[in-house]
Design a protein. Structure first.
Length: 396
């Protein structure tokens, strides 16, 4: 009965955007099936499937329908921006390790956000480093506007109750706090920082108390998968009373993970997909695994196609996990850089970096990201997989 009520609520919310019926029936059927794998939750009046889609009763979701499902804009729907490379923690798998340059200032970041929105971005992730270390983060969040969903990825460092309230008033919708393990010592070790565990728990309680959508961003190692520890982690996260567990495996973004033993297999990915579906049916927490969203059975990997990442120094990359640059926003408009990058990147059914880390290793010359010339040379050797189910329907 609860499952039926959830589906009815989902259909009603989707039909509030009546123009969605203009999309192909096969697209609408696909979206209905995909969204039906989640539990629609109400957080402060926002109807949320999961934190990587705008709330389905929001202006941002209406833009997603109009610009991407109907108008089929060539720009990205999702973007992430690093607000700083400064971070008190030292994670071995950090996707921003070794990036350097002249930091973007607040005016440049705000201008970038507006450019991305004009290109079609309706979901924006703010990351780092530790984004809360940027003193102007409230001003930056406020500049986004209410027609683009904003999510912050944070360790919880530098957070206060006052800052959390200011972020909510500025328009923050989603927050994801880094927490990789249920044991304090293990999480602190992973993060290279004594006190990381307690910092995360405190941030969770602060954000829960002000009524924003709270998730935990957990990085799953292959060892955790092989030792069947993921369920133990999820059960711990349920005990914290959060809305969502946002899961991703360690990615072969940095040199330490450029070997086969560190990279997830397809069978392991599918085990996490099944685990997500199992927990979502139980309705105790929303589980949102990146490999579920980007699997060939769903939306696929859209790095460089519907996703774009701009680091703290203005370098434009396909996504946070791909240490490649196609140009710097200070040298060329980000729209022009994205258009050139998209020529390389079709939407495909497998994670780009999981498939191509060996090419990254081959072209790496001690600089992260690879410079534009080395990036172009690497891309000549890339072979993409078949499109995902959604792309097959969308581009048919």
């Amino acid at each position: 009965m609860a499952d039926l009520k959830n589906k009815i609520a989902l259909v009603k919310a989707l039909l509030s955007n009546k123009q969605i019926i203009r999309a192909k029936p096969s697209i609408n059927w696909f979206l209905a099936k995909y969204m039906g794998k989640f539990n629609l939750i109400n957080v402060g009046g926002q109807l949320i499937i999961h934190s990587h889609l705008p709330p389905i009763n929001s202006k941002a979701f209406t833009r997603f329908i109009n610009e991407h499902l109907l108008a089929r804009t060539k720009g990205p729907s999702h973007a992430q921006i690093s607000l700083t490379n400064v971070c008190p923690q030292n994670c071995g798998y950090c996707y921003n390790k070794n990036r350097k340059g002249e930091l973007l200032n607040t005016s440049e970041i705000k201008r970038l956000i507006q450019e991305l929105k004009k290109m079609g971005v309706c979901w924006l992730g703010l990351t780092g480093g530790e984004p809360l270390m940027n003193k102007d983060i409230v001003e930056i969040v406020k500049s986004v506007g209410d027609d683009c969903a904003v999510k912050i990825f944070t360790t919880g460092a530098n957070l206060s109750e006052q800052l959390a309230m200011e972020l909510k008033k500025a328009g923050l919708l989603y927050v994801s706090i880094s927490l990789d393990h249920w044991e304090k010592e293990e999480h602190d070790r992973n993060r290279g920082y004594a006190g990381a565990f307690q910092t995360a728990l405190r941030a969770i309680e602060i954000f829960k108390s002000i009524g924003v959508h709270v998730s935990v961003s957990a990085v799953i190692s292959r060892r955790m998968l092989q030792e069947n520890q993921v369920q133990e982690l999820l059960d711990f996260l349920i005990s914290l009373g959060i809305h969502e567990a946002w899961l991703s495996e360690t990615k072969p973004t940095v040199e330490a993970f450029w070997h086969k033993e560190a990279v997830i297999t397809e069978n392991e990915r599918l085990s996490l997909v099944s685990l997500q579906d199992k927990y979502n049916k139980e309705r105790k927490i929303t589980v949102n695994y990146l490999g579920h969203f980007e699997g060939k059975e769903h939306f696929g990997c859209n790095a460089g196609n519907k996703m774009v990442y701009i680091d703290a120094f203005g370098e434009v990359s396909p996504c946070v996990f791909t240490p490649l640059t196609f140009g710097n926003m200070r040298d060329k408009p980000v729209q022009a850089i994205f258009s050139e990058m998209k020529e390389y990147f079709p939407s495909e059914g497998n994670c780009f970096i999981n498939q191509n880390y060996e090419l990254l290793k081959k072209h790496y010359k001690g600089q992260s990201p690879l410079n534009k010339e080395d990036t172009d040379e690497m891309m000549k050797e890339v072979r993409f997989s078949l499109p995902s189910e959604f792309s097959r329907l969308y581009y048919k």
